[in-house]
Ligand binder design. Structure first.
Ligand code: GLN
Length: 483
């Protein structure tokens, strides 16, 4: 039963082959048995899950239907869940029970999804390896000595290990697509504003976006359908109708124009990954796509710009964690300044502190123009590059990451080495564009992802291309040994 996809679960529930309660019990038992190896969950919500599963079964018995009605999922632990710990992977929020549900959580619950728990993540979503969590590193089910990617590494590891069919993630610079690539999943970062950020603990507000992680594009379509839509509580949410994503899957790729940026294939890309990406292009050509080389000339500036903008926004967003209003408070403060300093010094881990310091520095008087303003100008140039490219092509294709997963601890002493892993993903966040990563093969037994980018609000096009590719390839069906 644990091998079923969301689409198969929906059919099984509709055909009364099993109930949501039965399925939920099977998956909870599987999590109890296997997750100790992976550490992909921070909190399990067994009671809530069984209550929701029974309610979904009752709704089906009353004649209701729906692709998510009775479907087991989990939420990255930065989506607020009412009355349930919402830790953001940090000691700072270890004792924080959210007083309300994030819009994404509420929408999925209303659609009948069953929440099995909250997944592990890099502290405050800062990282590409899921090693900065206060709750310990997450392991990659493809090789337990390797990282699963981050920051949505818990969601990715859990889905890849078939502990559940799908989970939510968030992507500020690649945190859905990169762990999807490193664990052989399909993951989609929607257009900025497509999915509400209300109740999603902010890292970098102008870049953060929630989205689905699942095994197939078909399942990403189902989960995204439940997450997307205008939310008056989020002033950056966009009031555009949500198309039927599942209906978009079956379009023909005949004549689809795919752009492959020449800058993607420079030094730094593992040549074995380059080969797999070229193979995926050939596969899409067989389906009727036309391939063209394009250029994104400002791509080289993306990492420096992102690592100014994201920390700058983080330094502002994280100032609310002051030991007074939320979360951790130090013992026996001698005065107010001591309370602030020690609560933040003890509550935040080293990567979060590093980002706050970089961000506060970039925003400080005298440096603002040189760093923050410059980075914003680069951001506009990157967006302009994409706009020019999308005049010529329908989809941009390339690797999701320059390397496959690395060994736990391998990049700990060198944060910049980890930042460089984001080279292909962060441009979509800087420009606000939708992006998807899907399985494209293996290097030394470790999964490799191919990334697709599309114009604003063309999530349906991404899902269409990925689904057609998955109908003709079987990389996404491969299961890690032992799971
Ligand atoms: N690795 C990037 C960072 O550390 C992206 C993280 C994310 O998308 N949340 O900032």
């Amino acid at each position: 039963m644990h091998q079923l996809t969301l689409a198969e679960i929906a059919r099984g529930l509709a055909d009364k082959k099993f109930s949501s309660e039965e399925l939920t019990k099977v998956l909870l038992a599987r999590i109890a048995q296997l997750d100790p190896q992976l550490n992909s969950f921070i909190s399990l919500t067994e009671d809530l899950a069984l209550t929701q599963a029974k309610a979904a079964d009752a709704r089906r018995a009353n004649g209701e239907s729906g692709a998510l009605l009775g479907a087991p999922i989990a939420h990255k632990d930065l989506f607020c869940t009412q009355g349930i710990r919402t830790s953001c992977g940090s000691k700072m929020l270890d004792n924080f029970k959210a007083p309300y549900d994030a819009t994404v959580v509420a929408k999925l619950a209303a659609a009948g999804a069953v929440t099995l728990g909250k997944t592990n993540m890099d502290e405050f979503a800062m990282g590409s390896a899921n090693e900065s969590s206060y709750y310990g590193a997450v392991k990659n089910p493809w090789n337990l000595e390797y990282v699963p990617g981050g920051s949505s590494g818990g969601s990715a590891a859990a889905v890849a290990a078939r502990l559940l069919p799908a989970a939510t993630g968030t992507d500020t610079g690649g945190s859905i697509r990169q762990p999807a690539a490193l664990t052989n999943l399909t993951g989609l970062k929607p257009t900025y504003g497509r999915v509400s950020r209300w109740g999603m603990i902010a890292y970098a507000s102008s870049l953060d976006q929630g989205g689905p992680l699942a095994r197939t594009a078909e399942d990403c379509a189902i989960l995204l359908q439940g997450m997307a839509g205008f939310d008056p509580n989020d002033s950056t949410s966009i009031d555009e109708p949500v198309p039927d994503y599942s209906a978009s899957l079956n379009g023909s790729l005949q004549g689809l124009r795919i752009g492959v940026p020449k800058e993607y294939f420079g030094a730094g890309l593992d040549p074995r990954i380059a080969d797999l990406i070229h193979n995926s292009v050939k596969e899409l050509e067989k389906l009727g796509a036309v391939v063209k080389e394009i250029s994104l000339p400002n791509m080289q500036h993306a990492i420096p710009a992102y690592y100014v903008i994201a920390p700058a926004e983080a330094s502002s967003n994280l100032s609310r964690f002051d030991g007074v209003r939320f979360g951790y408070r130090c013992e026996n403060p001698v005065n107010l300044m001591d309370l602030y300093k020690r609560s933040r010094g003890e509550g935040f881990g080293p990567e979060v502190q590093r980002r706050i310091m970089v961000g506060a520095y970039a925003l400080s008087a005298g440096y603002y123009d040189a760093y923050y303003l410059k980075a914003q100008k680069i951001r506009r140039l990157i967006k302009n590059d994409f706009m020019a490219a999308f005049n010529e092509v329908d989809i941009i294709l390339g690797p999701t990451t320059p390397n496959p997963a690395w060994k736990l601890g391998a990049k700990n002493s060198d944060p910049v080495a980890a930042y460089l892993e984001d080279v292909y993903t962060i441009t979509a966040n800087l420009a606000g564009l939708p992006g998807l990563s899907m399985p494209a093969g293996f290097v030394d037994g470790l999964p490799v992802g191919v990334q697709l980018l599309a114009p604003y609000f063309q999530e349906g096009r991404l899902l269409n291309v990925a689904h057609q590719y998955q109908l003709h390839t079987d990389w996404h069906t491969r299961t890690p040994t032992g799971f």
